[in-house]
Design a protein around this ligand. Structure first.
Ligand code: ATP
Ligand code: MG
Length: 241
């Protein structure tokens, strides 16, 4: 059970333990929020959870998350919710931002392994995989990094959200920028927007999830103070489009 309102229903019980899930969408669709809520719900149940932030500095991320009632600083103090800034990890490792070579990525993966192993992490969010990949020099380095990451995640068995950006190519929406991110993922959750009479509603759709029969229908995801509330799209009537 993820503990996120409505999501476990769509997933027919939740995300199978140890799955790597690509959470992908365009800007402002709630990717960071769903990632953080996934961890908060786990931490509230006593799980050890870690968020690795790449796009936003951790102080800014925490400040934004504090505007939601579901976010609880006490979980950080209690050592159940850990937030790591990738830039800080780089500094520790002596790596320079934006100048990676394959060897540097091995060091970085080693640091991820230490985090998961030493803190006994069972829920992990990387926000975003796209931002890490943009630092790499070429497609083959990106492929290698993603496959190595996938290998590491499947060995450790923590349930992971890899946050990604969708891209439109030749009029078709792709789930990830580099294409390989999907290959290592057991599940894909697509976040989007839909226009309804001038209102932009957020949507969520589980495209695939290995290990569970799930709904593939598009649902409305409302960002409420208590977190994401997910309801079937049909409830909103057929004038959605
Ligand atoms: N306390 C809040 N209650 C409800 N909605 C909020 C709250 N704080 C922010 N939002 C909404 O959430 C949106 C951002 O959500 P979030 O950061 O999770 O999206 P994202 O997909 O990660 O965006 P980005 O692509 O910029 O990283 C904001 O644009 C705002 O509309
Ligand atoms: Mg975000």
């Amino acid at each position: 059970m993820t503990g996120i309102g409505g999501l476990d229903n769509i997933l027919n019980g939740g995300i199978p333990l140890g799955n790597t899930v690509l959470v992908t969408g365009t800007v402002g669709t709630g990717k960071t929020t769903i990632g953080m809520e996934f961890l908060v719900r786990g931490a509230q149940k006593g799980e050890n959870c870690a968020f690795i932030t790449v796009t936003e500095p951790s102080a800014k991320l925490i400040e934004n998350m504090r505007t939601y009632d579901f976010f609880d600083d006490e979980l950080i103090k209690a050592g159940k919710l850990h937030i790591f800034d990738l830039h800080v990890i780089y500094d520790h490792l002596g790596l320079e931002w934006g100048e990676y070579e394959i060897r540097d990525m091995d060091i970085l993966l080693g640091a991820f392994e230490d985090i998961v192993d030493e803190l006994s992490i069972t829920r992990l969010v990387i926000d975003s995989i796209t931002a890490i990949c943009y630092q790499l020099q070429n497609r083959s380095a990106i492929r290698k990094f993603i496959f190595d990451l996938g290998k590491f995640l499947s060995t450790f068995g923590c349930t992971t959200f890899l946050i990604s950006e969708t891209v439109i190519e030749a009029g078709v929406e792709k789930y990830s920028v580099f294409g390989v991110e999907e290959a290592i993922s057991d599940g894909i959750m697509l976040l989007g927007n839909i226009n309804r009479k001038g209102d932009l509603l957020r949507t969520i759709q589980v495209v695939k999830m290995r290990g569970t029969p799930h709904s593939r229908a598009k649902h409305v995801s409302d960002l409420t103070p208590d977190g994401m509330a997910i309801v079937p799209l049909l409830k909103w009537g057929s004038d959605m489009y």
